[in-house]
Design a protein around this ligand. Structure first.
Ligand SMILES: N[C@@H](CCC(=O)N[C@@H](CS)C(=O)NCC(=O)O)C(=O)O
Length: 218
C-alpha cells in the first residue's frame, strides 16, 4: 500500500480528506498523530514544518502532499474512482474549487477561531476575534442558504471536493454557532451529507474522540 495519511480522527480538515478516500475506497495506512507528544510532533514537523494535518505520503511516487484541497486534487488525479471529486468540465471545476475555498476560508477557519479560543488560558482570550468569527459564520450561512441546491450536492447532482469540504466545516460550525430555523436548506444539506456512506464512516470513527472537543468555558 503506497499511501499513508498522517491525521487525527477529531481533526476537521482530516475528515475532509478521509471522506475523499472513503468515497473511492482508496487503500491507505492511517497514521494517527498526537501533536501533544513531543517525539511524534518532532517527527511530524520533519515531514511538514507547518505542523498542520492532514498530510499524505505516497511512497510509490516519493511525494509528500500537505493541505486538504491539494491532497484531494492529488487523489482525484492519481487514484481516481467512481466519484470524480473535481469535475472534468473546466468551468464547473473552477466553481467547485471556489466553493471549496469559500467553505475552508469563510466557514471552516472562523469555526476554528472560536474553538481555538476555548483552548486559551482565561487571560489570553480574544472576545473581539470570536465575535468577528461568529459574524463571519452568519454571513457565510446566509450565502449558503441562498446558493445551495434544494437537493443533491453542493455543485449539483455529483458529489465533489466541495462536499468533502462542506461536511467538516458545517458539522463543527453548527456546534459553535447553531444553524437556526431560517437555514432550512443548509440544515437539510448537512443532514444529506451525514447520511452519505463515506461521511457516516468518518463520523462513526471520530465518535470515540468527541469527548475531547473543547466546550464553551462556563
Ligand atoms: N489549510 C490546512 C488546514 C489544516 C489544519 O488547520 N489542521 C488542523 C487540524 S483540523 C491542525 O493541524 N491543527 C494543529 C495545530 O494547529 O497545531 C488544510 O486544508 O489542510
Amino acid at each position: 500500500m503506497s499511501l499513508t495519511l498522517y491525521y487525527h480522527p477529531l481533526s476537521s480538515f482530516c475528515w475532509k480528506v478521509l471522506i475523499a478516500l472513503y468515497e473511492n475506497d482508496v487503500p491507505f495506512t492511517p497514521k494517527l498523530i498526537n501533536l501533544g507528544d513531543a517525539d511524534e510532533r518532532a517527527a511530524f514537523l520533519k515531514l511538514w514544518p507547518v505542523g498542520k494535518f492532514p498530510v499524505l505520503r505516497d511512497e510509490q511516487s516519493q511525494r509528500t502532499i500537505p493541505e486538504s484541497s491539494i491532497i484531494i486534487e492529488y487523489l482525484d488525479q492519481h487514484f481516481a474512482g467512481p466519484t470524480r471529486l473535481i469535475p472534468e468540465e473546466i468551468d464547473l471545476a473552477l466553481q467547485t474549487r471556489l466553493r471549496d475555498r469559500f467553505l475552508d476560508l469563510y466557514l471552516h477557519m472562523p469555526t476554528q477561531a472560536v474553538v481555538f479560543d476555548r483552548l486559551r488560558p482565561n487571560d489570553a482570550r480574544d472576545p473581539l476575534g470570536v465575535a468577528d468569527a461568529r459574524a463571519r459564520l452568519r454571513t457565510s450561512y446566509a450565502m449558503l442558504e441562498a446558493e445551495l441546491p434544494r437537493d443533491g450536492w453542493a455543485m449539483g447532482e455529483r458529489f465533489t471536493l466541495a462536499d468533502c469540504a462542506a461536511l467538516p466545516a458545517l458539522f463543527y460550525a453548527d456546534k459553535v454557532e447553531p444553524l437556526g430555523d431560517e437555514l432550512a436548506t443548509v440544515r437539510a444539506y448537512l443532514d444529506r451529507l451525514k447520511a452519505r456512506r463515506s461521511v457516516a464512516r468518518v463520523l462513526a470513527e471520530a465518535e470515540p474522540y468527541f469527548h475531547m472537543f473543547p466546550q464553551e468555558p462556563g
